[in-house]
Design a protein around this ligand. Structure first.
Ligand code: GAR
Length: 198
């Protein structure tokens, strides 16, 4: 399975996928919206990279989406993985790779969508949060859910400590889900998404 991975930050999720990639998963490129450590990790691993820079208030969003879409298409992926990509992917990209983009989110969706999921869960006072892998649709973190795993919130947690524990779970879940999709494919029917195990 040829995978293009999109990331914007430190890229520890990306690194987990790089480290676990076996013959079923071929990371054909890593793309970003900004210069970041994730791109450096990809370069260090010998994976081709691209950056379609997004500058708030300056970048034309539609043009940016078209360029991103073209860049991804150059690598002809079977799957696009958003792993810590901190930009909303527009309809141009979502429609072109429909049902082939998955995202990992640091909360149990549909609770706490958006860019501040860990802080939002902590501030709400939930006792359990977690990690969700879902198909990307035209909404913000609204697509069909592929897998979820829970993480308890500890009384003394800060955003940083909680996010670190969630990311430990996210890395393992993501690697498992990718391997499962590579081996068995992903079936999507309306709001339901599942991996057909033999
Ligand atoms: C992960 O927790 C991922 O779920 C989150 O960014 C982190 C990336 O970590 N993504 C979002 O919040 C997207 N809304 P990393 O840079 O260490 O891989």
């Amino acid at each position: 399975m040829k995978v293009v991975i999109l990331a914007s930050g430190t890229g520890t999720l990306l690194q987990a996928v790089i480290d676990s990639a076996d013959e079923t998963i071929d990371i054909v490129a890593v793309g970003s919206d900004r210069p970041c450590q994730a791109l450096e990790r990809a370069e260090a691993a010998g994976v081709p990279t691209f950056c379609v820079e997004y500058m708030p208030k300056v970048t034309d969003r539609e043009k940016w989406n078209r360029t991103l879409s073209e860049k991804i298409a150059e690598f002809d992926p079977d799957l696009v993985l958003s792993a810590g990509f901190m930009r909303i992917i527009g309809p141009t990209v979502v429609e072109r790779f429909a049902h082939r983009i998955i995202n990992t989110h640091p909360a149990l969706l549909p609770s706490f969508p958006g860019a501040h999921a860990v802080a939002d869960a902590l501030n709400y006072g939930v006792r359990v949060t977690g990690s969700t892998v879902h198909v990307v649709d035209s909404g913000v973190d609204t697509g069909p859910i592929v897998a979820q795993r829970a993480v308890p919130v500890e009384p003394n947690d800060t955003v940083e400590t909680l996010h670190e524990r969630i990311k430990t779970v996210e890395r393992a879940l993501l690697v498992e889900v990718l391997r499962d999709i590579a081996q068995h494919g992903l079936t999507i029917d309306g709001r339901k998404a599942w991996i057909e195990h033999p």
